[in-house]
Design a protein around this ligand. Structure first.
Ligand code: NCD
Ligand code: ZN
Length: 354
């Protein structure tokens, strides 16, 4: 491999927040610049719970991109206590819902309508298991008596482990893992359990939120943890284990909503996500495993075809801007002011590999 040019099969982002309205218009192109497909999170206000709402949101995403953009939004259903197995299965069969998302109620941004007790969605999970539909999970308990840094580990013990026993064939993605416990759980689990990993959870530990003062742009959920957890998550990403794949969890919020007395959770990394992953894999001597993580493990788990075509990265410095415009608002990107070692040159949707 020429180390100044990196040519990868076109990658996908298996977890992204594209939002709606002006914010959608401002951010969608960043994701489409790098990725062929993305699993689009349904936590709008109101959330995407029906097939009709997902179809209409999918259209708005397509309209937000320049004509001719070769990008496929893969939609998800937001599960609630009242989700109807028939609606979820119908949406899956119709090619609208690629997956369904479990947000424990009030775990994170726009999750007030989430599931209050996993028992309430058993009929949905039974149906999903039967039809082979993927369940995406925000893996944190919401019990305020549990320390925020332990909420993922406690979720694995209390909810996920029993869930995998009750639904052994259900395909589950533990989203945006942040802890050694999660990395170990997924590594040790069978082929029905996978995890997505964000660039930020490979790059920062919890100190980043308190570096010389309170740093709202380093705050997301699940929250970054101790250094040993960052190391474990990063090692999982670069391990070559097919159970780990790329999911940015890019979650833009207007600057004012982050820099506030009650700042929103979410890190906006979409503009240079692939560049960040390339640096991570290179630093860890694992560049040869980047393509599996970014372009192969995800579609194989979801049972979708691998993308044709390629994306090219070049060893050219990219300076991350301080701030980006989003309609009337501004968004501060992850690693603002910093310089990255790679830049995405172009995507060739249809070309065969050379
Ligand atoms: C996400 C958001 O802002 O929608 N925030 C975040 O910190 N990741 C929600 C989520 O995925 O938890
Ligand atoms: Zn998310």
């Amino acid at each position: 491999m020429n180390t100044d040019t990196l040519i990868l099969r076109r990658p996908d982002d298996w977890h992204v927040h594209l939002r709606d309205g002006d914010m959608l218009a401002a951010v969608a192109h960043y994701t489409a610049r790098q990725f062929a497909r993305a699993i689009v999170m349904p936590n709008l206000a109101p959330p995407i719970t029906t097939v009709a709402a997902a179809e209409s949101y999918r259209n708005r995403i397509r309209l937000a991109l320049p004509e001719g953009t070769d990008f496929t939004p893969l939609m998800t259903a937001y599960l609630t206590d009242d989700s109807d197995p028939g609606e979820i299965a119908h949406g899956h069969a119709a090619g609208v819902f690629t997956a369904a998302k479990l947000y424990p109620a009030n775990a994170t941004t726009n999750s007030a309508h989430g599931v209050t007790d996993i028992a309430n969605i058993r009929p949905v999970l039974e149906r999903m298991e039967r039809i082979g539909m993927v369940l995406c999970v925000h893996g944190e308990v919401t019990d305020t008596n549990v320390d925020i840094f332990d909420r993922e580990a406690v979720f694995i013990e209390r909810i996920l482990e029993p869930l995998t026993r009750d639904f052994p064939a259900l395909k589950i993605v533990l989203e945006h893992i942040t802890s050694q416990q999660a990395a170990e759980f997924v590594a040790d689990a069978g082929e029905t359990i996978a995890a997505t990993i964000t660039p930020h959870h490979c790059l920062i530990n919890r100190n980043a939120m308190f570096a010389g003062g309170l740093r709202p742009h380093a705050y997301c959920l699940p929250v970054a943890k101790r250094e040993r957890h960052r190391i474990a998550v990063r090692a999982a990403a670069t391990s070559g284990d097919a159970g780990f794949f790329l999911g940015t969890d890019s979650a833009p919020h207007p600057r004012g909503a982050k820099e506030s007395d009650c700042g929103c959770a979410g890190i906006f990394n979409a503009p240079y996500a692939l560049e960040m992953y390339a640096s991570i894999f290179e630093e860890d001597g694992a560049l040869d495993r980047l393509e599996g993580f970014a372009s192969e493990n995800g579609p194989r788990f979801y049972g979708l075809p691998l993308n044709e075509g390629t994306v090219t990265l070049q060893r050219t410095e990219t300076k991350v801007p301080d701030v980006l415009d989003a309609g009337e608002a501004q968004i501060v990107p992850f690693l603002a002011h910093e310089t990255l070692g790679w830049s995405v040159r172009h995507q060739s949707p249809s070309s065969s590999r050379t």
